[in-house]
Design a protein around this ligand. Structure first.
Ligand SMILES: Nc1nc2c(c(=O)[nH]1)N[C@H]1C(S)=C(S)[C@@H](COP(=O)(O)OP(=O)(O)OC[C@H]3O[C@@H](n4cnc5c(N)ncnc54)[C@H](O)[C@@H]3O)O[C@H]1N2
Ligand code: MOO
Length: 426
């Protein structure tokens, strides 16, 4: 019999038992979504030279307004020329400021004059530069040489890829992501392409759902298929996971207390079961174990999550416990789900015994996805948050402010036309 642990204790136990996977070197274009395993330092200043902020004329600011010869053109991508006082140079945005010049006057503040008889281009500076440095980016004003542009532990998104490219970090050290094997167990399961279900059969939903969830976390998913309710078959699949050198094994089904539930006894024989019962609904039989030895692609053992067979229990426990573990392995400093406030738009019945995790959709106004039953995958459809509801009798009234754990990027959320600016009165 297992002691019933709280969700927080289960999460803490898992995060204590695992550590980040070894770092790997990745090409810049492949690094999006990874966590940086090193500080990235700028070797040169940016801009590497004083650069024009505008299309206009490079000037000696002390020359002031007046009519000038355009001595030459300073174009982006060319070496800076030398400007003599009393003349100006045509300059494009991003071009190096010519030596001798100290400011730029934008085109809008000038008037082109007819060329001289010798063809000399001339311009009138109508509104002169305010002083040295006007409309010029000084060397290193965006990024100083030696500056840490990205610290170890940063998450690499599109802007960070841009920064890496800017400073010439063509390859970077990042924490590797886990290889995750997915195994379904149960005599009743058939493949999704089964057109005609036999007696007692259902299609395997969990394997595909969990593999997709692992891939969404950036992990490689390894499909171990279905094991029948037979300890020898389940053990053979465990050996296959070890042989394939995966880091994490996700099983679903067979973790409850029936005499056909073989996952816990096998894990007890092969490794250490850290918990086998969690005080939550859905997901009570969630089991977490580590297998010793040289399993896992980094030779540091295999991490096994025995997820409940009910599909909703499976995906909810994945989000609450497995996902933080995959993130921690990938080097996330704060791997847990983001917790926000949501206001209930409707009353919700509470469970008297187990704190409940329900699903909500929409804005940070929580609307139930309907009947919350662990077998009913429709209760997860389009859900973008899991509400953390206490174990209690009765109804939670509409208007209650509840805790919500975000499980997606809210990309499907309706977008208000505008959000009013609220300025605090001081
Ligand atoms: N006597 C008790 N029985 C049960 C308890 C309990 O405390 N005492 N807990 C219940 C809870 S809570 C859950 S959750 C389930 C979990 O059971 P298992 O993990 O052993 O899962 P199975 O019995 O194998 O399956 C449960 C349910 O889910 C369906 N299933 C299984 N795998 C898949 C799959 N890959 N795709 C789609 N559906 C799947 C399976 O057919 C069952 O209907 O135990 C309760 N029992
Ligand atoms: O814990 Mo079970 O997941 O309620 O059905």
């Amino acid at each position: 019999m297992y002691r019933m642990v709280s969700i927080a204790e289960a999460q803490e136990t898992v995060l204590k038992a695992i550590s980040p996977l070894p770092s790997v070197s990745l090409g810049l274009s492949d690094a999006v979504g990874y966590i940086l395993g090193e500080d990235v330092i700028a070797r040169e200043p940016l801009p590497p030279f004083p650069a024009s902020i505008k299309d206009g004329y490079a000037v000696v600011s002390a020359d002031g307004p007046g009519d000038y010869d355009v001595a030459f053109e300073a174009l982006a991508g060319t070496a800076a020329g030398h400007l003599k006082a009393g003349t100006v140079a045509y300059i494009t945005t991003g071009a190096p400021l010519p030596e001798g010049a100290d400011a730029v006057v934008q085109i809008e503040n000038t008037e082109k004059l007819p060329p001289g008889s010798d063809g000399q281009q001339r311009v009138r500076i109508v509104k002169p530069a305010k002083g040295p440095g006007d409309d010029v980016r000084a060397t290193g004003s965006d990024i100083a040489s030696g500056e840490v542009v990205l610290a170890k532990g940063s998450r690499i998104g599109a802007a960070e890829i841009g920064l890496l490219a800017t400073v010439g970090a063509a390859t970077v050290q990042v924490w590797r992501k886990a290889r995750v094997a997915v195994l379904s167990t149960g005599d009743e399961l058939v493949e999704p392409d089964c057109a005609q279900l036999g007696p007692g059969q259902i299609r395997d939903a969990n394997r595909f759902m969990l593999a997709a969830a692992a891939r969404s976390a950036g992990c490689e998913a390894v499909d171990l298929g279905i094991a029948r309710d037979d300890p020898a078959q389940v053990e053979a699949k465990f050996q296959e996971a070890i042989a394939q050198g995966v880091d994490v094994l996700l099983t679903s089904g067979g973790v409850s207390v029936g005499d056909r539930d073989f996952i816990k006894p096998i894990l007890e024989r092969q490794g250490t079961v850290h918990f086998g019962k969690v005080c939550m609904k859905p997901g009570k039989p969630l089991t977490f174990a580590t297998l010793n030895g040289d399993a896992g692609s980094s030779g540091r053992g295999l991490v096994v999550f025995g997820l409940p067979g009910n599909p909703v229990s499976s995906i909810v426990t994945f989000n609450l416990v497995v996902l933080p573990a995959l993130r921690a392995m990938a080097g996330w400093a704060e791997p847990r789900l983001r917790r926000v406030h949501a206001r209930m738009q409707m009353a919700i019945k509470l469970d008297p015994e187990r704190p409940e995790t329900g699903e909500s959709a929409g804005e940070l106004a929580a609307v139930s996805t309907g009947g919350q039953i662990s077998s009913r995958l429709l209760s997860m459809r389009s859900a973008n948050a899991l509400l953390e509801l206490p174990a209690a009798q009765g109804l939670l009234p509409a208007g209650s402010l509840v805790s919500a754990l975000l499980i997606d990027d809210l990309g499907a959320m309706t977008v208000p036309e505008e959000i009013p600016l609220v300025v605090p009165t001081l």
